[in-house]
Design a protein around this ligand. Structure first.
Ligand code: PLP
Length: 390
């Protein structure tokens, strides 16, 4: 099977994890801090808070930005469910802004239209989660300008996008947002097995996220100690969680991070090859914006005939080509339908979904494997529905 995504694990990764495993600390040791420092330095953010998943990081980000019951978070319907669920954990409402049909990212024009209406209805969002699909940045400049006018905070869900750039800068530097979140799930650009990180330039947000990551407990700090309490003393002053990353995860992440640039470089080369070799086929290829330099987490094509998607998907899978579909629009999930959303609410995301197909793309993919994907796909595209190949 040629998978749609796959981690790259070398002997040096294994050795880094073994070193952590045989060290004094399996959790709450020095490696998490080192990993946080290395990522914040790499992407140009002041602070980084490592967690056990991007989902946890999104939850912490919402809490740090004060999201609570009675407030609303907006995001793209074309994302993984976690980008929206983080609001529900805080008791807040979710709403969506439809995508631009070319970039597949949240559309700033639709955002502005919806903000104008919401100002009248008093349903303005407190937070917008901007998702950089496939690692291509949203139009952050436009979104940031609207945040200044309408007063919402911005979280970048950059789960796909570590190593990608926007306007020449690494995504995560926080020029146009309050907090950026990365995922280190194995299919993402670099992995910790499971893991996430929240980046920010605001010390208060970093402190709150660090505090809530570990139960909302503060340990024996000078200012907490009084005459009757000693160095054992700790205080829980907020309701936090255990969202901590382990030393093993951080060791793997540190080791992977040294190869981030080469991972992205290879993904970019594979994306370019797909682009050149698929140009003449009846498919829509990803639109690249000048100001974006994506990390290429995914290579998504759309079939010009969406009616053939099921047939082509099944036939590719049958030939051991692990295609996938990103994403089923979040508002159409039963959980969100039960909250009042339905098919027809965000038609750009729905039309995109019906035609979308993610082709295999991962660091170790060979040109030969890619050529097989391309040749099988083109055969299938020119095959008539109903006919069967031997
Ligand atoms: C993978 C992903 C997440 C969740 O990441 P985890 O680390 O698995 O929690 C969130 N948002 C998007 C867009 C993702 O692709």
């Amino acid at each position: 099977m040629i998978p749609y995504g796959k981690q790259n694990i070398l002997q040096e990764d294994i050795e880094a994890v073994i070193q952590a495993l045989t060290s004094d600390f399996l959790t709450q040791g020095p490696r998490v801090k080192q990993f946080e420092n290395a990522i914040s330095k790499k992407v140009g953010a002041h602070y980084a808070v490592a967690t056990n998943s991007a989902t946890s990081s999104l939850h912490l980000a919402c809490l740090a930005l004060g999201l609570c019951e009675g407030q609303i978070l907006w995001t793209s319907p074309n994302t993984f469910v976690a980008s929206a669920n983080c609001a529900r954990y805080c008791g807040a409402e979710v709403d969506f802004v439809d995508i631009n049909p070319h970039t597949y990212n949240l559309c700033p024009i639709k955002l502005e239209e919806k903000l104008k209406i919401s100002r009248k209805n008093k349903t303005l969002p407190s937070i917008l989660v901007a998702v950089h699909l496939a690692g291509q940045s949203c139009n952050m400049k436009a979104i940031h300008a609207l945040s200044c006018e309408y007063g919402f905070k911005i979280i970048e869900d950059a789960s796909h996008a570590i190593g990608g750039r926007y306007k020449g800068e690494y995504i995560g530097g926080g020029q146009f947002s309050d907090i950026t979140v990365f995922s280190f799930h194995p299919v993402k650009i670099i992995t910790c097995a499971e893991g996430g990180m929240a980046l920010t330039n605001q010390v208060k947000l970093a402190e709150t996220m660090t505090h809530l990551r570990s139960h909302g407990i503060s340990y024996a700090r000078e200012d907490l100690l009084n005459l009757s309490e000693g160095a054992w003393y700790y205080e829980q002053n907020a309701l936090g969680m255990n969202y901590r990353m382990t030393e093993l995860q951080a060791a793997l992440g540190m080791s992977q991070l040294t190869r981030l640039d080469s991972f992205v470089k290879r993904r970019k080369a594979l994306a370019k090859r797909y682009h050149e070799k698929l140009l003449s086929l009846p498919v829509i290829l990803p639109t690249l914006l000048n100001e974006c330099d994506p990390s290429w987490h995914l290579y998504v094509i759309q079939l010009k005939d969406p009616g053939s998607r099921r047939r082509i998907f099944d036939a590719l899978r049958a030939q051991q080509i692990g295609v996938h579909v990103h994403y089923i629009p979040v508002h159409t999930q039963p959980y969100y339908r039960q909250l009042g959303f339905d098919w027809g609410d965000f038609v750009n995301a729905e039309n995109y979904y019906h035609a979308a197909l993610s082709l295999p793309l991962f660091f170790d993919m060979t040109n030969k494997q890619q050529d097989k994907v391309i040749s099988v796909l083109s055969e299938l595209l020119f095959e008539k529905t109903g006919e069967k190949t031997a």
